[in-house]
Each structure stands twice: as C-alpha cells, then as structure tokens.
Design a protein around this ligand. Structure first.
Ligand SMILES: *[C@@H]1O[C@H](CO)[C@@H](O)[C@H](O)[C@H]1NC(C)=O
Length: 409
C-alpha cells in the first residue's frame, strides 16, 4: 500500500514536472510568456465630438438637427467611451506589470494632448478613468492661438520646388480620385443644386465640379470643392450615428443600408488620402510629431505616454514610418474616432527588445451602442507591421530596427 502510494506520488510528481516543462517549452517557443512590457506609447484620436463645422448648412437646403454643443467639442458619450477605453487599457498594462495598479509615479506617465478642447477633454476622460484620484496632469500648449507643432500638420518646407512637386502630386491624385458613386449617393441626400453654396460660390455639382487646392507654406493644406463639402457632410452623418441619435436625425433618415455607409465613407477616406498621403510631403509634415515620439522612445523613465491628436496625425505617422497597408474590420472610418495606435516595447528573457504595434478601436456599432468594453466584450485589436521592421508570428520586430527607422527623422 505504502509502495503503491509512493509510486502514485512519484508518478504524479513526474506528471506535474512534465507539465511544467511542456508549458515552459510552449511559452518559450511562443515567446509571449517570457516577454515583459517595458514601455507603451498610445497615439490616440479624440473620441466622439459634435460635427466639425456648421458650414454644412450652406451645402443643402435641408435643416440639420441641432446639437447642444458647439461644433467639434467632445460629447458626453465620447468622454464616457474614452473612460471605458482608459480603464480597459490600464487593466491590460497593470496585468503586464507596466503600471503599479495604484497611482503611478509622476515621472513615469506622460499625458499630452493637442491644444483643442476635444483632444484635451479626451485625454482627461482617459486619465480620470485610468487613474482616478491620482492627480495625473494632462499637458498641453496653453496658448490656444498657437498651433502645437507636435500635433500640427502644416507644410514646413518653404521652397518653390517643393510646392510645385506637391501640387503636381495632388492634381494627379485628384484626377485619379474615383468618387462618382459616392457623390451621386450623397447628392440624393443633400441635393446641392438647391443649396446656398451653389448660389454663392457656384459649387452645384459634386461629380463634375473641380477641387481647388489652397497651398500656403507654414499652413495646413486645404481644398475647396466637392471633396471638402462631401467630407464635412459625411462627418456630420458619422458623428450623429456614433452619438446614438435616432436614425431619422442621421442624414434625415435617408441612410438605410450598410452599402450606403460604405459608399459615402469613401469620401472620408479619400479626403484623408488626398490631404495627407501626398508621397513627397508625408515626411516633411510628420517630422515634428515623429521627433517628439522619438524623445519618448528614448526616455527610459517613461512607462506610459498618451498622445491625443487627430485622424490626420495617425494617418501621417503610419505613412511616414512606412506601415504596411492595413484594414480595420467592422469600421467604415479609416482612422476611427477614439481609435489608438499602441506602440509597445517588450523585452525577452535574453534581454532583447522588440516593438509590437496594435490598432485598438471600437467597431462602428460598438460606438453607436455605447457598450462598456472589458475582457468579455473587448475592443478590436489589429496588429500592424512596418515595412522596415519585419514582424514575426507574434507581431514583434527588433526594437533596434525601429529606432534606426525613427532616427532618420
Ligand atoms: C524642401 O524641398 C526641396 C524640394 O523637394 C528639397 O530639395 C529640400 O531639401 C527640402 N528642404 C528641406 C529643409 O527639407
């Protein structure tokens, strides 16, 4: 009996040892178990806001539903959803032992927003949920008349040669811009020929009117014409949908199918592309932002940095750094509201460092439904790759390759 028990014990111990060995081996080959999270930089777009402009009132003779907020301000729902995201991501960072689970030390956390009310309010909503009662400051340029260079997407190069090259490339992109179906769909809703802008400025035909490029060095690139008109109107529809307004208050109830959203939001994506993906201007425009990010990546005291800016910033960063093209499932926006590109620095048992980049965002319907995200009902997470920093099957690329890439700025 005692021999039997001994044998049983022996076998059982061996089984446990085997299991530990197998588990350890599995973690070793999968890599994940041996990795430690060292630093996180979250580059975020602000959350749900009121429509960006009231100029849309000139683009149709229909009356837009009223908003109780000034244009472009973060809504209460936007702040609520940002708080959920703050809680979710802080939990993840705490489980990975990057954050202490209590108030973090001041010098380890940097929260920095562009000096617009919507970006500051977004950062505050994140921090209030992530670190309640911790007095974590949100940093921003206090003079609202100054464009904060870190988030500004102005043209910096003042030479005539640069201007000519950029204008040439934009004209070529505009010539190849195929939006006829989207413009026709939009015009069924707004009927632009009965609008004020048709009467005063002669924009009466979304399909055939020309876009006019306004280029001033030191300023943002602007367009006048169908693309801007379309983008501003579709922005109104998108924000109304996210905000959860009754469907008759979203495009006057005239968008009734996913196909219509798919077609209309092509305008949003094209507007982003034409203003911010001009091949020869991406690097010039993104440089100050990437230099600031580099100052964080090379500062070992900072565990978490949250930067809150705009879709244009996310677009420019991913293009300038040569991210591989990606699609975000269950979203029509190319850079969804409240979405975050999360740069993660991981260290393995051998002491080597790796970068992983994920896009974390809410789906089209998660935003409208206002669901509280958590482990059971998570946001969407898409792993991104960078051309000059090839990723392995776990989405990791060598940290040094990444630093080499950003040192070019
Ligand atoms: C500005 O653009 C021109 C033309 O592309 C280029 O030759 C020059 O190096 C640029 N200057 C700076 C400071 O980047």
């Amino acid at each position: 009996m005692s021999k039997h028990r001994h044998k049983f014990f022996f076998n059982s111990t061996r089984t446990v040892n085997d299991m530990i060995a197998v588990t350890f081996y599995f973690l070793l080959i999968s890599g994940v178990g041996c990795l430690r999270l060292e630093q996180v930089l979250i580059f975020s777009r602000h959350n749900i806001r009121a429509p960006i402009t009231k100029d849309t009132e000139e683009y149709t003779n229909k009356i837009f539903p009223k908003w109780s907020l000034e244009p472009a301000l973060l809504t209460e729902k936007g702040a609520l959803l940002e708080g959920y995201m703050g809680e979710y991501l802080t939990k993840w960072m705490t489980e990975n032992q990057l954050l202490p689970g209590t108030c973090p030390d001041k010098e380890t956390v940097l929260i920095y927003a562009n000096n617009k009310r919507r970006t500051i309010a977004t950062a505050k909503a994140f921090v209030d949920a992530a670190f309640p009662d911790c007095n974590v400051n949100v940093k921003y340029e206090k003079d609202f008349d100054i464009h904060d260079i870190t988030f500004n997407y102005a043209i910096h190069n003042t030479t005539e040669a640069y201007k000519q090259k950029v204008l040439e490339e934009i004209e070529e992109m505009l010539a190849n811009c195929k939006l006829t179906d989207a413009y026709e769909e939009l015009d069924k809703i707004i009927d632009i020929k009965t609008s004020k802008i048709c009467e005063t400025k002669g924009f009466c035909d979304l399909v055939h009117d020309k876009n006019i490029v306004i280029y001033h060095a030191g300023d943002k690139l602007k367009l006048n014409g169908p693309l801007t008109i379309g983008n501003e109107v579709v922005d109104n529809f998108i924000m109304s949908y996210y905000e959860g307004r009754p469907l008759e208050e979203v495009a006057w109830g005239e968008i009734t199918s996913p196909e219509q959203w798919k077609v209309l939001t092509k305008i949003t994506a094209m507007d982003q592309k034409i203003r911010f993906n001009i091949p020869s201007s991406v690097k010039d425009t993104a440089r100050p932002t990437i230099r600031y990010m580099r100052s964080i990546f090379t500062n070992e005291n900072i565990k978490l940095a949250l930067l809150v800016g705009h879709d244009a910033n996310l677009n420019l960063i991913t293009n300038a750094l040569g991210f591989n093209p990606f699609v975000l499932p269950e979203q029509y926006e190319p850079y969804p509201v409240g979405g975050k590109i999360i740069f993660q620095k991981w260290k393995d048992a051998a002491g080597d460092y790796y970068l992983k980049v994920e896009y974390v965002y809410l789906s089209w319907n998660q935003l409208r439904d206002g669901v509280k995200i958590n482990i059971q009902s998570p946001p969407l997470r898409v792993t991104l790759g960078i051309k000059d920093c090839a990723i392995d099957k776990n989405g990791l690329c060598p940290w040094d390759d990444f630093i080499k890439l950003i040192n070019k700025y």
